[in-house]
Design a binder for this molecule. Structure first.
Ligand code: XMP
Length: 510
């Protein structure tokens, strides 16, 4: 299989580069520049290397550098932005600071006829974000693109198959970015295009059929995309040797527990144990108002319930986890500030008696996981399910939790989701839900005074959930949802729409 190395110098688009390469059917993996050596790269048999961008200047003492030996191992290289400047520096060219003529945004680039620019017009728009620029290309290189302010927007050494571009082909604002990456992969690296999700799925099933033959395998199924795809994949490989445990903590959305059971137990005939632990969770959560405390209680109780079920099954050989590639990349990096703790069954391995962990999706990005899910026949609605936090509705009921409040938020949420679907807006917004605030206000219904809860509706558009903008849902859709919620859900006298972005707010209210 072709493998492309994305050598990470700290740029913000590195995951995007890997995804774009994979979209072109070549497998790409990201490694921090200081966690891999030239010898390791040589031995790994990469078909090509991409040097990423990064926030630094090559002459800064602390800027990330790499051994120049990489330039002579015969593997094609493409440097992007900082990567382009670093290649220049490493090969003996000159990089200078442009001071007041930095280029940012969509810039017209004029390109020469070259393997890298096949099927790209002589002039087109690429996305730029730089202050430093290459003022003299290294010996053996020639400049192959320019902009009004940048004398060397791209360069190449065809003999050594080394290329550099000052712009970012991976972002969608670059009109012919896809073509450029395709050209590097197929004209320069001679990739064969052998990375596809149907092949991945078939290979994984075959692999686990052999590797996990006669082993007892256990999976914590949440009904989320990752654990569902991991479970079905393994079920195809080992059938009834896989047992899935689904803990229904009573904090799921309307009918969700039944839907999960119907799909996995009835449609896929999987060995599924549904644990109805609603009362157990609610009694632990009684009178708890502090969100972090709620999360902690739910996380711990989840592990206790799972532990009890696992004990009934006895010793298992393999524990399955739905880890995906962004989790793997993130866990290799330093700590960002913790805004709130995340509940994602991280404590399970410590309480289960097992020999090994299998993570069948650890090489895949989310969109690839979804493609595998569809390949496996998992229903579209589940594969494209919007994210839902592990602690579920506990973070969407502000203040203490009661059965009544959970019912109210569940019904309001179901109506809001239904109206978004009726308006055909499911694809326009990445996450949308209802929150039960702990504010009660005066209302009037049928000439009588009411004093009911305020429900907040939240909908966001985002690429990565790290930042988000509130979705501009048309007023008539909001009006219909509000009207239905106040009419159909008991105890609500007011509906508001959250128009805050992240930051400063987060997506969930808590
Ligand atoms: P925030 O509220 O931090 O949410 O802006 C960002 C995204 O993460 C989801 N979220 C969670 N997902 N376990 C999860 O798997 C959790 O504990 C959790 N808390 C928040 C949230 O729904 C949004 O998509």
């Amino acid at each position: 299989m072709d493998k492309i190395l994305i050598l990470d110098f700290g740029g913000q688009y590195n995951q995007l580069i890997a995804r774009r390469v994979r979209e072109q059917k070549a497998y790409a993996e990201i490694k921090p520049y200081n966690k891999i050596t030239v010898d390791e790269i040589k031995n790994a048999g990469y078909s090509g290397i991409i040097f990423t961008g990064g926030p630094n200047s090559v002459y800064d003492e602390k800027s990330p550098h790499f051994s120049a030996d990489i330039l002579s191992i015969g593997v094609p290289i493409l440097g992007i932005c900082y990567g382009h400047q670093l290649l220049t520096y490493m090969a003996g060219g000159v990089v200078e600071s442009a001071n007041n003529i930095s280029e940012y945004g969509k810039i017209e680039v004029a390109v020469e006829d070259n393997k890298l620019f096949e099927n790209i017009p002589e002039k087109s728009i690429f996305w730029m974000s730089h202050t430093d620029y290459v003022s003299r290309v290294p010996d053996g290189f020639r400049c192959i693109a320019t902009t009004d302010n940048c004398p060397c927007a791209a360069m190449c050494n065809e003999e050594k198959k080394i290329y550099g571009v000052q712009f970012h082909p991976e972002v969608t604002h670059s009109q012919f970015g896809k073509e450029l990456l395709h050209n590097f992969l197929y004209n320069v690296c001679n990739c064969s295009g052998d990375w596809s999700m149907d092949k991945f799925t078939q290979n994984a099933i075959e692999k686990y059929k052999t590797e996990l033959k006669d082993k007892k395998v256990l999976c914590a199924l949440s009904g989320g995309v990752d654990s569902s795809v991991a479970a079905v994949l393994l079920h195809k490989a080992i059938g009834d040797n896989l047992t899935c445990v689904f803990v229904d903590h009573g904090l799921l959305r309307k009918n969700e527990g039944d839907i999960v059971e119907e799909i996995f137990k009835n449609q896929f005939s999987m060995n599924l144990i549904r644990v109805n632990a609603q009362e157990r969770f609610l009694s632990k959560l009684a009178c708890v108002t502090e969100p972090e405390k709620k999360r902690k209680i739910i996380g711990e109780e989840f592990i206790r319930v799972f532990e009890e079920e696992a004990k009934k099954i006895g010793h298992v050989n393999v524990l399955v986890q739905g880890t995906i590639y962004p989790d793997v990349i993130e866990s290799g990096k330093g700590d960002a500030a913790t805004i709130k703790s995340h509940h994602n069954v991280g404590g399970l391995p410590s309480v289960i008696d097992f020999d090994e962990i299998v993570e069948p999706l650890r090489e895949l990005f989310k969109d690839e996981v979804r493609a595998v899910g569809l390949e496996l026949g998992i229903p579209y609605d589940l594969v494209w399910r919007q994210p839902f936090p592990g602690p579920g509705l506990a973070v969407r009921v502000i203040g203490d939790l009661t059965v009544d409040k959970l019912d109210i938020v569940r019904d309001a949420d179901a109506i809001f989701r239904e109206e978004i679907a009726n308006a055909g807006l499911e694809k326009e917004t990445n996450q949308y839900f209802a929150v039960l605030t702990d504010t009660r206000t005066v209302g009037v219904m049928g000439d009588a005074r009411t004093y009911g809860y305020t429900v907040a509706l939240r909908a966001v558009c985002t690429d990565d959930f790290m930042t988000a903008d509130f979705t501009r849902i048309p007023f008539d859709v909001l009006a219909k949802a509000s009207n239905r919620i106040t009419n159909e859900v008991r105890g609500i006298s007011r509906v508001v729409y959250d128009i805050t972005s992240k930051p400063p707010a987060t997506v969930e209210w808590e």
